[in-house]
Write a protein that binds this ligand. Structure first.
Ligand code: FAD
Ligand code: NAP
Ligand code: SF4
Length: 682
């Protein structure tokens, strides 16, 4: 980037400066990366998709990439998934492109051929090798079949141009078809499409070359290049550099970074991945390519994005989930309102976890995501005096929405801080991001005029003057009826979180739900480590080469968690696999991490008693004593509704949300959604 290209706005001058591509100019360096929302798959959902993208363009995203569209049926992700393969599909895409252009934005269509990751029987791949994450085996492509796939990319690109897109992104990473051709891991061909590095690269290069031929010079071609496969027998660094040069010569406009195949057993975007963990690999390629290069993964604040551009590590920054969480991310950054950004906390709970069970995508911190056409704020004509009791996620969401509608809202909490259980969650080493949600609500509620009354435990009589009361009083931890539970060696999860140093070296955790797993992580890891150390430890724990020299970024690198701080037992009564109920895209990470730390996860346990010897249990007909220093109780919760009956007796209108409504299957996704929807109904 030259100095003349830098827009000297007060905040984030590098991030907010335009990027000149010669034939077109992007208004800033923020790319909304591709995220599959589920709205791509049905024609009737395109108006919603158009509104979803329109709002991101209105929020000033520099360039938007759609979710992946397959170029043909063999490339489907799932049966009847979104495709762009026929002229009759063009008109629905025009809704999307017109919506984005009406807000001055740019948008590219991502072409994604699933290869052996397709979840259907028609999948194809360079060789007939099934992936661990699909139950279907691919058919090996014949030489004519390879040509047909290339032609499909070309046809999709040409249709994308007709539909008004500003360009295409050709998905060459994450273990999908193009990436499969590139890696010796699954490309076992001996024809011109396999064998040598040059042959394995040919498929990618031919696609870019032939697409450029048909779309002309003034059309963006982004090539998503897998810079770190994170699987054995992936590409090596030399091949990655050669590939970058080859796609440039073939006509690519921009190179985007891809990190990790979906089958890799290494986390790449979940909240335990340190912010910007993979930026260095993009930075390593940057001086070796003359194309603009995009950095990706776990970049969720304008400060970090600005730093990446300002220090020359990349030319653009991709943020997909952060713009799902807040469509106005860029405009808020530009207007010095960064504290009002609703930050993505990388939980995956409402986005990727939904994709993997076939549900439309939403967002834990922004329930409007992908429902922009349905969930709207309409200013009220009749302002009410509303009391919200409890400033956890449910109460904060409700108070904010109601205040934005124009109601007079007072939010009470017994604690001296906002956030409820989110304050506890944020003390888990990998969940510090949760503080961002509290910061967002705090700033937004102030701007909306919510009257905040912290350190105030309210009684029913304090609420007599209000028109309506919302109980968002959350939950209280369940204390299981185990003989000896009152012993001093037994701790609640709240005590353990607030004072982890007081917990002994040998510990039994009763309850293997989300909180049980979090307590285990808390007792195994240090909380106060610098970002640099966090990154070092992350690479070491998951066996990633920090120099990015090894094949796939992992060949010969040993995963190592260092000295294990405590000996832990994680227990549950159910016979099923501990952690089965955790998120689809993060549960495996929690389970694997605890296994790496040698945690003994026991299912089918009956708790007999607690005494000076420790915790007595029965399992599979045998009794045993776990001779532990402490027992931490993570046995779920029950609703906290102490005010309800008194308020009803006073004739008051009372509504419940979050944990106060139902403690079972409670999580922040439900709490925030319920709070938002009730706030809009008041
Ligand atoms: P709470 O957060 O419990 O808030 C209730 C509030 O009401 C409290 O602040 C309390 O002080 C206040 N209150 C109660 N009675 C009164 C009164 N009489 N007067 C004034 N104030 C009162 N969820 C996820 O979705 N993902 C996660 O990864 C996740 N991780 C977690 C990790 C940990 C360690 C913990 C403890 C929880 C985690 N959760 C997670 C759960 C999540 O925090 C809860 O589901 C969510 O906080 C529930 O929100 P809520 O608003 O209903 O209740
Ligand atoms: P949970 O997930 O429901 O787990 C409760 C655990 O307690 C289970 O393992 C259960 O297993 C055990 N249990 C229940 N009753 C018991 C009893 N009477 N005696 C002994 N054990 C008992 O609840 P949680 O861990 O408290 O988490 C609360 C909510 O926060 C959850 O809904 C969770 O989704 C959310 N959360 C999510 C995450 C995340 O990463 N996504 C992290 C933390 C929390 P058995 O009945 O088999 O013994
Ligand atoms: Fe981010 Fe969680 Fe929202 Fe997904 S659901 S966009 S990870 S905050």
């Amino acid at each position: 980037m030259t100095n003349s290209q830098i827009n000297r706005s007060d905040s984030y001058p590098h991030l907010l400066s335009p990027l000149d591509l010669g034939f077109t100019r992007l208004r800033n360096r923020v790319l909304m990366g591709s995220i599959h929302t589920g709205l791509e798959d049905r024609k009737r959902d395109f108006p919603k998709l158009a509104e979803y993208f329109r709002q991101r363009a209105e929020g000033e995203a520099g360039l938007i990439i759609t979710g992946g569209f397959a170029p043909n049926i063999r490339g489907w992700l799932t049966p009847f998934g979104g495709t762009l393969m026929a002229p009759w599909q063009v008109s629905r895409h025009k809704l999307v492109t017109n919506a984005v252009h009406s807000e001055g934005g740019h948008i590219c269509l991502q072409i994604l051929h699933s290869g052996r990751y397709g979840y259907h029987p028609f999948q194809v791949a360079p060789s007939a090798i099934r992936s661990a994450i699909s139950k279907f085996s691919p058919k090996a492509l014949s030489a004519r079949g390879v040509e047909r796939q290339i032609n499909s990319y070309v046809r999709a690109s040409s249709l994308a141009r007709e539909a008004g897109y500003d360009g295409v992104e050709i998905m060459g990473s994450e273990g999908y078809l193009i990436n499969e051709f590139l890696a010796p891991r699954v490309n076992k061909r001996s024809d011109q499409w396999g064998g040598s590095a040059e042959n394995r690269m040919r498929f990618a290069v031919e696609i870019v070359r032939r697409v450029r031929e048909v779309v002309g010079k003034d059309f963006i071609i982004i090539y998503r290049l897998s810079m770190l496969d994170l699987v054995p027998d992936g590409s090596n660094w030399e091949e990655i550099v050669t590939q970058a040069a080859a796609v440039e010569a073939a006509g690519a406009t921009i190179i985007n970074t891809g990190i990790g195949w979906h089958e890799a057993r290494i986390p790449t975007i979940a909240t335990m991945v340190p912010r910007g963990a993979f930026v260095d690999v993009t930075a390593k390629l940057k001086p070796l390519s003359s194309l603009p290069i995009i950095a990706v993964n776990r970049i969720n604040t304008p400060e970090l994005a600005e730093d990446i551009i300002a220090t020359g590590k990349a030319d653009m920054v991709s943020m997909a989930r952060p713009l799902l969480a807040d469509p106005k991310f860029v405009s808020k950054a530009r207007n010095d309102q960064a504290a009002m950004i609703n930050t993505c906390i990388a939980c995956n709970q409402a986005c990727l976890d939904h994709v993997f069970v076939g549900k439309s995508v939403s967002c834990l911190v922004n329930p409007r995501a992908c429902e922009e056409s349905e969930i709207k704020t309409v200013i009220t004509k009749q302002a009410q005096k509303l009391a919200v009791v409890g400033a956890g996620p449910a109460g904060m969401a409700c108070a904010l929405e109601a205040a934005q509608l124009g109601h007079q809202v007072t939010l009470f909490d017994a604690a001296d801080k906002l956030g409820g259980q989110f304050q506890l969650a944020a003390k888990i080493p990998a969940k510090i991001e949760f503080l961002e949600t509290i910061r967002y609500f705090s700033t937004a509620m102030k701007a909306a005029g919510v009257n905040l009354r912290l350190a105030t435990r309210v009684a029913a009589t304090d609420l007599a003057d209000y028109d309506q009361v919302v109980l968002a009083t959350g939950v209280v931890p369940r204390v299981p009826a185990i003989p000896g539970i009152e012993s001093s060696q037994v701790l609640s999860y709240i005590q353990a979180i607030n004072n982890p140093d007081s917990v002994g070296k040998k510990v039994a955790i009763i309850g293997a739900g989300g909180i049980g797993f979090d307590i285990a992580e808390l007792l195994l890891k240090d909380r106060d480590v610098s970002p640099q150390q966090q990154k070092r430890e992350f690479f070491q724990q998951w066996g990633i080469d920090p120099q990015f020299e090894k094949r796939g970024g992992v060949a010969g690198v040993k995963a190592d968690v260092g000295v294990v701080k405590r000996e832990l037992y994680l227990l549950q009564r159910k016979p099923s696999k501990p952690g089965k109920g955790l998120g689809k895209t993060t549960g495996w990470i929690h389970r694997l991490s605890l296994r790496q730390h040698k945690v003994k996860m026991l299912a089918g346990v009956e708790y007999l008693k607690i005494d000076d010897q420790g915790l007595h249990i029965q399992r599979g007909g045998n009794t045993e004593v776990l001779a532990v220093d402490n027992i931490v109780i993570c046995a779920g919760q029950t609703p906290q509704r102490e005010l309800e009956s008194e308020l009803q007796a006073m004739g008051m209108q009372v509504q419940r949300i979050g944990g106060a409504e139902k403690a079972g299957e409670l999580d922040a996704k439900r709490a925030i959604r319920e709070g938002t929807l009730l706030g809009l109904e008041i």
